[in-house]
Write a protein that binds this ligand. Structure first.
Ligand code: GLP
Length: 253
């Protein structure tokens, strides 16, 4: 497996990134490398807390975790997971809900206890109450050992869209048009894409002990902005410059 640390960035901008930026050549490499980072954390303590993400980029990672679990190299029996976000208005049985995605792409294939997996309730009647419940839940888990992230074309983390402030509580948020358009490809009719979502806040993401962000080649520009640009809530991912243990794996094809 070959990967180049900071290759792209050093070439283009000539300065060291504050986060660890690793570029790989393929989804397969991304999956293996990300799975190594996950394995280290999972094997480091009996009951790790993993913050998980949806999207197309984590799929090779989840496939590799399933494989390692089947091969007896990873044990999820005491692992607890908490997901970043969920569409408002979709039940967990809807094939585009993030609960469905997680069950289908990971939980149903590993030895995790379903009751140890948490995703916001998209059908919550009172969004404010659901946000407060999720805040409490995150607190009660005693800290996230490893938080997985993707990034939006506008630099969003989870569904924390560009804004005037970095959020410090679970959000019930109106999705940006660019996010709705980017996610329309998964729905049979673009008008079906939910306009609101629940999202873990930037504060809770930043409190994770370790952060791993995965990005496809199409996110190269926004990754460069996040890594080298100003730290601003207008580019939420730029906040990661302030984290002491954040790694980005970017596909550079
Ligand atoms: C959605 C999710 C984000 C995720 C993003 C990236 O917008 N809400 O949490 O980071 O997709 O998706 P992809 O992995 O397809 O690049």
């Amino acid at each position: 497996m070959i990967y180049y640390i900071c290759k792209v960035n050093i070439k283009i901008l000539g300065k060291e990134p504050k986060m660890k930026l690793i570029t790989v050549n393929s989804q397969q490499e991304l999956g293996l490398l990300a799975a190594d980072i996950f394995s280290e954390v999972i094997n480091s303590k009996p009951d790790p807390v993993l913050g998980l993400a949806t999207g197309s980029t984590p799929i090779p990672l989840y496939k590799e975790l399933i494989k390692r679990c089947r091969d007896g190299k990873l044990d999820f029996s005491e692992v607890r997971t908490i997901n970043l976000d969920e569409y408002a208005g979709l039940p967990g049985t809807h094939d585009q809900s993030y609960r469905y995605f997680m069950n289908d792409n990971l939980f149903d294939h590993i030895n995790i206890k379903p009751e140890n997996t948490y995703v916001p309730n998209g059908l919550a009647e009172d969004p404010k109450e659901e946000c407060a419940r999720y805040d409490e839940l995150i607190k009660s888990m005693g800290g996230i050992d490893l938080q997985l992230l993707g990034v939006g074309f506008n630099g969003h983390l989870a569904f924390c869209e560009p804004s005037d402030t970095f959020s410090n509580k679970t959000q019930y948020i109106k999705l940006a048009d660019v996010t709705i358009n980017a996610n329309a490809r998964f729905f049979s009719d673009p008008s079906e894409v939910p306009k609101f979502a629940f999202s873990m806040c930037i504060r809770d993401i930043m409190l994770a002990k370790k952060i791993l962000l995965l990005a496809g080649a199409e996110k190269k520009d926004i990754i460069h902005k996040a890594v080298y640009g100003d730290i601003t809530p207008q580019v939420p991912a730029s906040v990661l410059q302030m984290h002491s243990d954040a790694t980005i794996i970017l596909i550079d094809d």
